[in-house]
Design a protein around this ligand. Sequence first.
Ligand code: SF4
Length: 325
Amino acid sequence: MKRPLIKVDNLQKHFPVHSGMLGRKTGVIKAVDGVSFEVYEGETLGIVGESGCGKSTTGRLIMRLLDYTDGSIEINGQQISKLSKQEMRVMRRDIQMVFQDPYASLNPRHTIGKILEEPLIVHGLGNAKERKVKVSEFLNIVGLSDYHSSRYPHQFSGGQRQRIGIARALMTNPKLIIADEPVSALDVSIQAQVLNLMQKLQKDLGLTYIFIAHDLGVVRHISNRVGVMYLGKMVELAVSELLYEEPLHPYTQALLASVPVPDPNFSREITLLEGDIPSASDPPSGCAFHTRCPFKMDRCVQQVPQMITVKPGHSVACHLYDRTQ
Ligand code: SF4
């Protein structure tokens, strides 16, 4: 039986909206609104959705870079909201993050050696000599060389900088990496190299990944399961083969339709996504996707669809699949 490393239950993050001269609270943005999922040891869970759907906020809540409004996050059986600052510091060694823009996340005034050594110093791991050995080891693991440690971030290409970002995340021997759009800023050819590196590292080091992306094409080959988010909610969660072969939610179908296919004879029957994503401060009633959904029914405007398991390994929140009414 596989063990969940992360268990997220009914997670919510609401940001207050203030306006007027007095800055009164006039509403809330439900950035994450009742999201539940598990991540098993050694797997990759892809989380996909358009910008503003809450996927990055979910990642930051798991890292506890933000406090959540309600719900729970369990890591290795421990509720993170109950951990003391000291316990959370220890937990942070096990969870690291790789960011979208490797350049912005690397201090331009520090050498790569110093950047990679920093997490070890913060967590009090090893003496100066041991840290130097480890920096060299991880530079090599991500396909760079020892001499790179004396260089500065601006002396590297985008792909190399993301390799440095990955090496930095690995320095504390984490169990889980949350990768927030790690290849979105890179050229397509470089994207494949970084994805291959991440897959190799996962196999060699037994890592678990949460891989956040805005397009389903990027996460396809790296994810064991994929969750699709829309306006703060998870609308479909499935093992990868099922999600890509038999997408159920109209939003997932539309996202898949927007992934380019390198075959001129390929034609699709499904509708491309139209219209803008509604504001999270004033989401549509019922199913939040009803303003863009070609299958909208009366019920969709009134009732929020609940996540239901349609078959083992495939859940969806859409009234089209709810046979109870
Ligand atoms: Fe479309 Fe209704 Fe399903 Fe929402 S619940 S995705 S509006 S069919």
